[in-house]
Each structure stands twice: as C-alpha cells, then as structure tokens.
Design a binder for this molecule. Structure first.
Ligand SMILES: *Cc1c(COP(=O)(O)O)cnc(C)c1O
Length: 384
C-alpha cells in the first residue's frame, strides 16, 4: 500500500470514541456492564417503536441467537438469499437446520420475494432477508408472505443502519428479529460487535440468557442486585456472545454520529452517480421513493460493451491506487454451500450475472469529493 492508496473502506473514529474507550478502561469495568447497558438503551431509543436492543460481540452471534430464540432446529428449513455473506447462512447450520437459497431481484439486489414463495415447503420455518448494500428489501411483500404461511422473519440488517423501509427504520418493522453489525467496515463500528433488536419480550429474554452461557442473570446484575452476588442459575447450554464495555463505549459515541455518517455517505453516492453518468457502468439501485439508503456499499456493475472483464478492471483500479471489493461471491459458488446443497449457477441466474460484472467502489464517510473524482478518473482510464 502506498501512502496515497485510496482504501475500499475506513472507519470514522474521532477523539470522542478514543476518550470514551479510555474512560471505560480507567473505570475498572471492562466486560459487559454499565456501558453495554447504556449502548442498548441508546440504540433502542434511536430506533424507537418500543424495541428492545441486545448487544452482542458480532452480528453473526446476533443472527445465531435470533434463530435459536425462534426455535429453529434440525429438520427445519430457513430461506435466504445466495447474494450475501456466509454469516447469514452459517447460523442456520449452527442449529442443525438447512438453508434454502433463492435468487435476488435485479432491481434491488435483495431477496426475490416470488422466489421465496416458490421455495416454501412444509419444513420452512423462517426467512432471512438481507438489506443488501443498505437498500431495504421488499419487506411489505415479504412480511405479508410470511404472515400468510405462518413463517418467522429475521432481518440481516448488517448493512442497514439507518435504512428505512416504507418510512420506518429497519429494526422497527413487523419482523420477529433484526440484527445489525458493528464490524470495522459497517456504517458504524465497535471494532467487532452487533445488536439484536426485537419487540417480542420472549425472544429478548431468551437471547439475553443465551448470550451469556445460559445464565439467568448477567454478571453486572450479580454484583448490583440484592440477591447474593455469587448466586446464579444455568438454564440452558448458552454461548459467549456478550459485548464488552470497551466496545460499547465506542458504540455509544459512534451512534451519536450515525446520522451524520449516513448524510455523508448519501453525498458520496450522489457524487459517484454524477461522476459515473455516461460511462458503461451500471450504477446501484436507490432506495424506494421517500426511503433512506444507508449506503454501506456503493456497488456498480460493468455494462455490456465495457470492453474489460471485472477481474482485470479491479486490477487496473488497484494499479492506480484504488481499493475495490466484490459483494459477494455468491454462496452458490462457495465450495461448502455448493457441494452440501448441490447448487449450480443456473439456479441463481440474477445473482450469477451480477457477480460476474460487479465491484464495490470505495465508500466511507471520510471520503471527500476529490476522492470520488479520483475514483471516477481511474475508472475512465481503466475502461480505455
Ligand atoms: C458483516 C455482515 C455480517 C456479519 O457481521 P459480523 O458483525 O462481522 O458478524 C452478516 N451479514 C452480512 C450481510 C454482513 O455484511
């Protein structure tokens, strides 16, 4: 990496986060405690709509806890999209259930609701849509379909803070569980971390217990409540998914900035849209009218007649100091998923076609208009 390399993603961490983490370290309470509790309260208040927020050490952990709380187990099927990160599907296998992969809608790059309907069997228990790149999936139709068939819905909202759908923030829709990610390159970060959100008190209770070893109260409670501090009960073989106060301290400060981050990402997307107009580049789908796109990713496709293959195009951009990525190598091409479930590209023509021509351009809140101009100039050069 040269010093003037423009990376694909960068976290936006200020002095506020640094001071908050230092304060957490000095407080003497570094694991789950008052900061984690405050972060949960702040996050629930940010979303509104009477949701409960449960902080975990990754979105993957949250997705696992969510499905576990929904009662997914061996013999069940869970329908999800092939055009996602493997975490969305691996949690289904953690519980001994089987993912059923479906294609995406070319106009949103999110799960194709008609394909979901065709994939429902008597074994289907739940659906996991992904708000790809930060653009909401068609949740109105998906939730109606789930209701009609008595299926549970868990949203993988790793990209979707602060995305809206039908004017409502993702996290406050009528699904059973929504899970956000605070991984390093997401729209806000705690280094590693995630948040499970639900309005269902039973799911929330189960997720809190399973988050920490199946203990009926967390460690902070034990040292502050009136019952003897040494007493606890194990009610299930739980996991170790709690968020540290160090991470939560960072999350509290990042959350305060998340609207400003989103405004900046929206501006960067608008600069890209303008700079790429007229080039053989298919620009990304926008949110539905009136809705917010979080712009976690700015995903383009090479148009027919671009005259260069995707892999070579990325190499040419890299040679000019521009970092890019690909979201995603679809799961139907990944050896484990392909071989375990007998998946072929022909089963997912939309995802496959997008994969062959897609790349994600640098996108983060610290980007300036000059950075976008530089990427656009590099793209013109790479197309030559
Ligand atoms: C990042 C991501 C995850 C996993 O998030 P972690 O916090 O890293 O566990 C899950 N699903 C999607 C779509 C993601 O992009």
């Amino acid at each position: 990496m040269t010093s003037d390399f423009l990376p694909f993603a960068l976290p936006d961490i200020g002095e506020e986060e640094i001071a908050a983490v230092v304060e957490a370290l000095r407080s003497g309470w570094v694991t789950t405690g008052p900061k984690a509790r405050q972060f949960e309260a702040d996050f629930a208040a940010f979303l509104g709509g009477g949701v409960e927020a449960i902080a975990v050490n990754s979105a993957t952990a949250g997705l696992h806890l969510g499905l576990e709380a929904l009662g997914v187990g061996p013999g069940d099927e869970v329908i999800t999209t092939t055009h996602t990160f493997t975490a969305t599907a691996e949690v289904i296998r953690y519980l001994g259930a089987d993912p059923v992969f479906v294609d995406v809608d070319a106009s949103t790059l999110c799960i194709d609701v008609a394909a979901v309907e065709s994939a429902i069997t008597p074994r289907t228990k739940a659906i996991i849509p992904v708000h790809y790149a930060g653009r909401a999936a068609d949740m109105q139709r998906l939730l109606a379909l789930a209701r009609k068939h008595g299926l549970r819905v868990m949203e993988d909202a790793a990209h979707a803070l602060p995305t809206t759908c039908g004017g409502q923030l993702v996290g406050t829709l009528a699904s059973d569980v929504t899970v956000f990610s605070f991984y390093a390159n997401k729209t806000m970060t705690t280094g590693e971390g995630g948040m499970l959100v639900t309005r269902d008190a039973g799911i929330a209770r189960r997720a809190r217990v399973m988050r920490l070893h199946g203990i009926n109260r967390d460690a902070f409670d034990r040292f502050t409540a009136k019952v003897p501090s040494w007493y606890y009960e194990i009610v299930a073989p739980g996991f170790k998914y709690n968020m540290t106060d160090i991470a939560a301290a960072m999350g509290i400060e990042q959350l305060k900035k998340v609207r400003a981050f989103a405004d900046r990402r929206t501006q960067v997307a608008a600069w890209y849209d303008e700079a790429l107009a007229g080039l053989p580049i298919v620009r990304p789908p926008h949110a539905a009218p009136g809705d917010v796109h979080s712009w976690h990713l700015y995903v383009v496709q090479l148009a027919d007649g671009a005259g260069v293959g995707r892999d070579q195009f990325i190499e040419r951009l890299f040679a000019q100091g521009i970092g890019c990525s690909v979201h995603y190598i679809p799961l139907h091409l990944q050896p484990y998923w392909r071989d375990t479930y007998g998946l072929t590209p022909e089963m997912f023509p939309v995802s496959q076609r997008i994969y062959e021509r897609t790349l994600s351009l640098p996108m983060y809140s610290r980007m300036a208009q000059g950075d976008v101009a530089r990427v656009a100039a590099a793209i013109e050069e790479a197309l030559r």
